[in-house]
Design a protein around this ligand. Structure first.
Ligand SMILES: C[C@H](O)[C@H](O)[C@@H](O)C(=O)CO
Ligand SMILES: [Mn+2]
Length: 415
């Protein structure tokens, strides 16, 4: 028997249906964040500073300098990631054709390049308003700003983005998830948090008052603990968006890098999904601060996927990635992060779940622990390799020379 069939038998002996798990994995897209390809630069203001308390550190050569390069790099990454996936676009990746258009006046035409590209490839798109790296967010506030004129600008931007996303979803025939993340917050301790949170709620209410077909677009809101230069208070905290999404039936976005280092996303999944129909994940790897390192096949990512699978939540969870590492080959960053996200999901899918559940229900925690630990040395690698083979993507390390070759021929020519 070959390695795959031997491995499949080992899992079957524990009651695991490997074929069904592979089908589920193939049907689960990961949304690739376009901003990993150019260090969150965007196209509207090439070379403008990245603000909002986030930072892409490193200066690895070869970052994409425009839409054609970014999409070519994404094409290569997608060809090395098994399964069919999605691409997550920020509003700052609008193609303005040399015109001066501000963010509150963006329309679907500024994203036609993305939509056409995605349609040709059968890809889904996701979308994000960009409430940073702009003169009207320079003091750190957008939708909660004390100045009504500034707030109104960002409200118009939010509405414009939802209309764009609705049209993207209609043209592609696939629902777009539009994720709102606002940097608003304080470096030092504020004395009137309440006023900022009230204004944030009012602004969001105005944005969401505009009806958009739910089949084409759904709205998510992403919380954060702190940002660089925003250490003392973030207006859009976890509790704020828990409350807002529950009250307004929106999608809650949980970013793995947005919590205190001793908190894990895994434990939050069953709590939030007890009360919310859907969540969006930004799978990431926080290292000390919200440093947005490439997703590793680490305990945190594994635990996150285990919770999703163990709770039968997969159909209610949108999986996106969020990191921007400028210190390594950016295409490799996408491929490593996405393949690790999928590996973590596969490991969760082929866990001997039914047995483990039964043991727990019977109170046999010693056998539960024994089985959990033994499952760690089951031949997972042969199952993953088969998944890559069936999806016509390179097996094992075979994808690495493809990117190295592209780096030599294409990336090295970018100055
Ligand atoms: C660029 C994105 O909007 C950003 O990463 C956001 O999702 C975030 O996590 C901010 O810390
Ligand atoms: Mn995020």
């Amino acid at each position: 028997m070959d390695a795959f069939n031997l491995a499949k038998q080992r899992y079957a002996d524990l009651g695991v249906d490997v074929e069904k798990s592979l089908q589920t994995l193939a049907a689960t897209p990961v949304s690739l964040q376009c901003w990993q390809g150019d260090d969150v630069g965007g196209f509207e203001n090439a070379g403008g500073a990245l603000t909002g308390g986030i930072a892409a550190t490193g200066n690895y050569p070869g970052k994409a300098r425009g839409p054609a390069e970014l999409r070519a790099d994404l094409d290569l990454a997608l060809s090395l990631i098994p399964g069919s996936h999605r691409v997550n676009v920020h509003a700052s990746y609008a193609e303005l054709g040399g015109q001066k258009v501000d963010r509150d006046a963006y329309t679907i035409e500024h994203f036609a390049g993305w939509v056409d590209w995605a349609k040709q490839r059968g890809l889904g798109l996701d979308f994000n308003p960009t409430c940073f790296s702009h003169p009207l967010s320079a003091d750190g506030f957008t939708l909660s700003h004390h100045d009504e004129a500034v707030r109104k600008f960002w409200i118009r931007h939010g509405i414009a983005c939802r209309k764009i996303a609705g049209e993207m979803g209609r043209r592609l025939g696939k629902t777009v998830i539009t994720n709102f993340w606002m940097p608003d917050g304080f470096k030092d301790t504020p004395v009137n948090r309440r006023a900022y949170r009230e204004r944030m709620e009012q602004s969001l209410d105005e944005i969401f008052a505009v009806a958009i077909d739910q089949q084409c677009n759904r709205d998510a809101l992403e919380s954060k603990l702190f940002g660089v230069g925003f250490e003392s208070c973030t207006i859009g905290s976890h509790e704020f968006y828990m409350g807002y999404t529950m009250k307004n039936k929106k999608v809650l976005c949980l970013d793995a890098g947005h919590f205190h280092p001793t908190e894990t996303l895994a434990d939050k999944i069953s709590s939030v999904l007890q009360f919310l129909p859907e969540i969006l994940l930004h799978v990431s790897r926080g290292v000390r601060w919200d440093s947005d390192h490439v997703v590793a096949l680490d305990d945190q990512t594994r635990a996150l996927m285990e919770e999703i699978v163990r709770g039968d939540y997969l159909s209610r969870v949108h999986i996106g990635m969020d990191f921007f590492d400028a210190s390594i080959n950016r295409i490799m960053a996408w491929v490593i992060g996405a393949r690790n996200t999928q590996k973590a999901l596969l490991l969760a899918l082929i866990e001997p779940r039914d047995r483990l559940r039964k043991l727990e229900a019977e109170g046999d925690y010693s056998t539960r622990l024994a089985l959990l630990e033994e499952a760690k040395s089951l031949p997972f690698g042969a199952i993953w390799d088969e998944f890559c083979r069936r999806n016509n993507t390179p097996v094992g390390v075979a994808w690495i020379p493809t990117v190295k070759d592209y780096e030599k021929k294409v990336l090295s020519a970018r100055k």
